[in-house]
Design a protein around this ligand. Structure first.
Ligand code: ADP
Ligand code: MG
Length: 323
């Protein structure tokens, strides 16, 4: 099978909203008047972001999910995406699985595959997503104000728990049901698009948590020139594994929940007087949210334990490709 047969068989679909999809030199997108185009790219490299033998259906899902998560963090509605693929060989069962996971999530979010590029090389997947947001209403990292509440969606830390288990860093081994649930969080994250849309006009800042909460939150704090007080225990309690009988050293729990990475949840701030509106937005998006702290004028992050005492160890390292 050649490059063009491969594209035709697995990655060419009729487009409904785009003016032109796969097959020409460019795709053409029509943006609704009064809207801004939100654009983001995320690359997934074999051996770096995923194990080469991961289920291709999950990999297809995750490749798009991490990109949709960026649109969610801006409060943008997904429109279209492109897929740049580097493949070591034409493996049809693999391609069929990858396309299945990818396009199922695309259908769920009504986002269209409009183009891309396909080359021979080490397995590498780069998606660019396009979304739209009413001009001036995108959720940014720079809007947090002292006194705002800090919130996170869903659960943090379970993806890291699965990664640690896969890397043999957890002894004894996790029970199978717990491991499988955590592994789904690692391999098939659900992008919080509905929540991002519902938080427009309510959240003062937002981002998606991909490299670990504390490191990612620092981006909001620096861009907003504020600090934060975080209830570390509240973050820990979001972890699904925390509700099981699993026993881990405290440090490992905190590492997973506060700095785990691969969560693809939203972290956002909102004025304290909008608390009930945040809760209503979460309800409308069928996405649980947890209040984990507040924004302070003083810079830096202060972590408090369940008793409200400063945690003795104040830093858990977030993921950094070059650190
Ligand atoms: P060009 O050489 O002009 O860059 P290509 O020959 O690489 O175009 O691609 C042909 C068409 O197939 C283009 O419309 C391109 O967007 C699309 N395409 C290529 N690879 C993919 C892919 N992996 N997924 C979706 N569309 C693709
Ligand atoms: Mg090309």
């Amino acid at each position: 099978m050649g490059e063009f047969d491969l594209i035709a068989r697995y990655f060419t679909r009729p487009v409904r909203r785009a003016a032109l999809g796969v097959g020409d030199d460019c795709a053409l997108l029509q943006v609704t008047p009064g809207m801004q185009l939100a654009v983001s790219s995320d690359m997934l490299v074999a051996g770096r972001h995923f194990f080469e033998d991961v289920d291709p259906v999950h990999l297809g899902h995750k490749s798009l999910a991490v990109n949709l998560s960026d649109l969610a963090a801006c409060g943008a509605r997904p429109l279209a995406f492109t897929l740049a693929l580097s493949l070591p060989k034409v493996d049809e069962p693999w391609l069929a699985g990858f396309a299945k996971g990818l396009l199922a999530l695309a259908d769920e979010h009504e986002i269209e595959l409009v183009g891309g590029d396909t080359t021979h090389g080490p397995l590498n997947i780069c998606i660019t997503v396009f979304g739209e947001v009413p001009a001036g209403q995108a959720l940014l990292r720079s809007g947090a104000k002292a006194g705002d509440d800090i919130w996170v969606s869903g659960t943090l830390g379970d993806a890291r728990l699965a990664l640690d288990a896969l890397l043999g860093k957890i002894t004894p081994a996790l029970p199978a049901d717990l491991f499988n649930a955590a592994r789904m969080r690692l391999e098939c994250p659900a992008p919080r698009v509905a929540l991002g849309l519902a938080l427009r006009g309510i959240a003062s800042s937002a981002l998606d948590v991909s490299d670990g909460l504390l490191g990612d939150l620092t981006h909001i704090l620096e861009q907003s020139q504020v600090g934060a007080q975080i209830d570390a225990d509240a973050v820990l309690q979001t972890m699904a594994a925390r509700k099981t009988s699993l026993a881990l050293p405290d440090d490992q729990w905190y590492q997973c929940a506060l700095a785990g990475g691969d969560d693809y949840e939203l972290a956002f701030t909102a004025p304290a007087h909008l608390r009930s509106q945040v809760e209503a937005a979460a309800q409308s998006a069928s996405t649980p949210v947890t209040r984990i702290g507040s924004v302070t004028a003083e810079p830096g992050i202060r972590l408090l334990d369940a008793q409200g005492q400063a945690l003795s160890r104040q830093s858990w390292a977030s993921f950094d490709h070059f650190a």
